[in-house]
Design a protein around this ligand. Structure first.
Ligand code: WQD
Length: 394
């Protein structure tokens, strides 16, 4: 199958103005893909679109290359009435009635993602994250758009994360899957409950199952589920930061609000976990590394290099850092103390969650290059560029 060079490929990105979506949209444009962003601005600001465009224009003018097209479809991805006319615009003439599209792939970020909120409002999460996916994939299929990168999450590992077992993709499968264990013995992983601790995580697990069944039913689909660990940091320009419309619940944006004085102190949820310093340990991955993981997944899928037409990948560094590590790293980088206090554990939390990232390194030819320190430096730079705090001391 003749593959178009990326500069002729159009990629549809839902939630493309969100934290991870915006950084991925920027990396797609830098990699010469044309991008159509679908975003309803429920958790993002329109100005992010302008920032992405400026950064991409600057990159291409500095490199003497042509700026690909960037377009915003400001609607909810579930609004099929507005989605169908948009997809019609990219239809190609097709023989024998098989629909063909100029859209070479879809990256689906749009979803609700706050663990605690999902515990209080599960139906809202199932309607958007699961119900929305079913209608969206149905419409894409009608237009012959069948390369699909799904934004999943390490939360699908549930309590497996603290079982001490290495968090490999084989632990958490949707069909019986053979793999070779560390002793070199061929094992068969069985689908089953992974002890997920919250509705948000269950929506991601259910979506993966739906997509696995869809791929099984129709070999024309090529589907990749990317299981994010903990995305942090921001683009090194300082222009594109994490700027959610809604109050943040994730660690780094909360630490950022303590640094700007908007919050008085950080509550560290749990100091009695079975970890190096009692605070929880996570795999903090720089959002630019994460975005580049999507480009790697897209080219692997588009070049027909996926081992099977539904495949899950961990996107993490493979290294763990504790909540306290994050606080002390940010204090060292910013030369500013961060007020914090120990608090009770948060419902739905686990004490340890770190990726085994072998599969994405071997099959996507991708690995992380940035560190937690880089992420903290980039956040300080974003605050400085935004005029929110003085530049960090050199
Ligand atoms: C990390 C650690 C908190 C805030 C969640 C989702 C996951 C993904 C990333 C979407 C935990 C502690 C946090 C605070 C704290 N989301 N913390 N004080 O819970 O690991 O993962 O976000 O894909 O799917 O589950 O991330 O950043 O919320 O928390 O002590 O004010 O920081 O208890 O141990 P989490 P997080």
């Amino acid at each position: 199958l003749q593959r178009l060079p990326s500069e002729n490929q159009h990629i549809l990105v839902t939630g493309g103005l969100g934290f991870i979506g915006s950084h991925t949209t920027l990396e797609l444009l830098k990699a010469n893909y044309n991008v159509i962003v679908i975003d309803n601005l429920s958790n993002a600001f329109k100005v992010v679109f302008d920032r992405i465009s400026e950064l991409a224009q600057k990159f291409h003018s500095e490199n003497g290359t042509k700026m690909p097209s960037l377009r915003l479809h400001q609607h909810d991805y579930r609004d099929t009435a507005s989605l169908r006319p948009l997809l019609e615009e990219y239809q190609l003439p097709s023989r024998w009635g098989t629909p063909k599209s100029k859209i070479a792939g879809v990256i689906h970020f749009a979803a609700y993602k706050a663990v605690e909120e999902s515990i209080r409002h599960p139906l809202k999460y199932y309607a958007n994250n699961v119900g929305g996916l079913i209608d969206f994939a149905t419409t894409l299929g009608d237009f012959g758009i069948k390369t699909f990168i799904f934004s999943s999450s390490a939360t699908v590992y549930g309590t497996l994360a603290t079982s001490g077992l290495p968090l490999k993709e084989e632990l958490c499968v949707h069909k019986p899957e053979e793999y070779t264990d560390d002793a070199g013995v061929v094992q068969t992983a069985q689908p089953g409950s992974t002890g997920i601790t919250n509705p948000y995580g269950r929506t991601k697990w259910i979506c993966e199952s739906i997509l696995a069944d869809l791929a099984e039913s129709d070999p024309e689909w090529t589907i990749v589920a990317l299981r994010y660990f903990n995305p942090v940091g921001c683009d090194s320009s300082g222009v594109l930061g994490e700027d959610p419309r809604q109050a943040p619940t994730n660690l780094l944006p909360v630490v950022t609000k303590v640094m700007t004085g908007e919050y008085t102190q950080l509550q560290m949820f749990g100091s009695d976990w079975d970890t190096v310093d009692g605070t929880a340990v996570r795999d903090f991955i720089h959002v630019t590394d994460l975005a580049r993981g999507h480009i790697a997944a897209l080219s692997t899928a588009n070049e027909g290099r996926l081992i099977e037409n539904f495949r899950t990948f961990n996107l993490g560094t493979g290294c763990g850092n504790s909540v306290l590590d994050v606080v002390t790293t940010m204090e060292a980088v910013s030369s500013k103390p961060i007020a914090r206090k120990e608090a009770d554990r948060r419902p739905g939390d686990v004490g340890y969650c770190v990726a085994v990232a072998d599969r994405s390194r071997e099959e996507l030819k991708w690995k992380t290059e940035k560190s937690l320190k880089n992420a903290c430096e980039d956040i300080c730079n974003f605050l400085h560029v935004s005029g929110l705090t003085p530049q960090q001391s050199s």
